[in-house]
Write a protein that binds this ligand. Structure first.
Ligand code: 5AD
Ligand code: FES
Length: 332
């Protein structure tokens, strides 16, 4: 569906007609994906990061956290465990850790692909050059997640230090598309200084980019960041935006994010009922989970992968949907 700016403003701001919006979004989701929910096993490679984003708990300026990075063996063992639990997509996510050179990432990607040739590999490792993205794609990576965070240059400046820019972020996204990755982007809901007009700019940018995957979740403050005293994004606004995205991008893969599940107990289930069709439980070794804290009180930091898998199975079923274990490419 195509909305005018005025229509978007009403859908974003007004909660009085949101039930209708939610129902319509679920109808569209069922037309394209039925009750299917795709699962992605998230492996958090490293909490080292050279960047210092004002919202993020693993920013290099946070001296309070213990830094870790997984070895190749640890990563392979996460995959083995995940494969056994039915995961057919592995998402390797991490801070921008210079230790993970192209050579090391390519080796990890091709090693995973060699054993699990029926699986997709998604990377979420931040900004890289065209040639790095290309080398990693050639090594076997299928998808890349890189949220644009905010499409507006002045707002981008309010959320990031000078070393980062929206121009570079957008160029990375276009490069990823050009190389042939299935691309995911997105933004936080209720990030500091965000307005309805800025959200509309985000939606317009996504329309331009036409990503296969769109990840949004509420901003949640982290105590050791400059935004530690800001308030979290609003639950219902997050849900309305998921629903709007489903209507604007009927085929997109839209996760019910961990952040949504963190601001409220059944947040991910609610996300599924308003248009989301993906969940991304954690496969990282439990002993490091707490250290990958992008925001305060992140859920699932104490549970083993198998427990999360079981818990999600129940939650997804209770919400009226079904986890499917195939590779889960976008339907176009
Ligand atoms: N609250 C919510 N989401 C966050 N992210 C980073 N920090 C926070 C936070 N404090 C999101 C960013 C990033 C993704 C990996 O996590 O949007 O792209
Ligand atoms: Fe992790 Fe429920 S999904 S404990």
């Amino acid at each position: 569906m195509n909305f005018s700016d005025n229509e978007l403003k009403i859908l974003i701001d007004r909660s009085d007609c949101e039930q209708l919006l939610f129902q319509k979004a679920d109808k569209v989701r069922r037309q394209h994906y039925g009750t299917d929910v795709y699962i992605r096993g998230l492996i958090e490679l490293s909490n080292y990061c050279k960047n210092n984003c004002y919202y993020c708990g693993i920013r290099c300026g946070n001296k309070e956290i213990d830094r870790y990075r997984l070895s190749k063996e640890e990563i392979m063992s996460c995959c083995e465990q995940g494969y056994g639990l039915g995961f057919r997509t592995f998402v390797l996510q991490g801070g921008e850790d210079v230790y993970f050179s192209d050579k090391i990432i390519c080796d990890i990607v091709s090693s995973i692909k060699k054993i699990y040739s029926d699986c997709a590999i998604t990377l979420s490792l931040g900004e890289k050059t065209y040639s790095s993205y290309k080398a990693i794609f050639d090594a076997g990576a299928d998808r890349y997640l890189l949220r644009h965070e905010t499409a507006n240059p002045a707002h981008y400046r309010q959320l990031h230090p000078d070393s980062l820019s929206i121009e570079n972020r957008k160029e990375c996204l276009w490069n990823l598309k050009k190389i042939g990755y299935q691309v995911g982007s997105g933004f936080m809901v209720g990030s500091p200084f965000q307005t309805t007009e800025l959200i509309i700019e985000d939606l317009r940018f996504l329309q331009e980019l036409q990503p296969d995957m769109i990840g949004i979740g509420p901003f949640i403050p982290h105590k050791n960041t400059p935004f530690g005293q800001h308030s979290s994004g609003n639950l219902n606004l997050s849900l309305r935006l998921i629903a709007i995205l489903r209507l604007m991008f009927p085929h997109a893969l839209i996760p019910a994010t961990t952040a949504l599940g963190t601001i409220t107990q059944n947040g991910r289930e609610l996300g599924l009922t308003v248009g989301a069709n993906v969940v991304m439980p954690n496969l990282s070794p439990v002993k490091f989970r707490k250290q990958y804290e992008l925001y305060d009180n992140k859920i699932c930091t104490g549970e083993e992968a198998a427990e999360c898998r079981k818990c999600l199975e129940k939650r997804v079923k209770a919400a009226g949907y079904n986890i499917v274990t195939h590779i889960g490419h976008v339907k176009k």
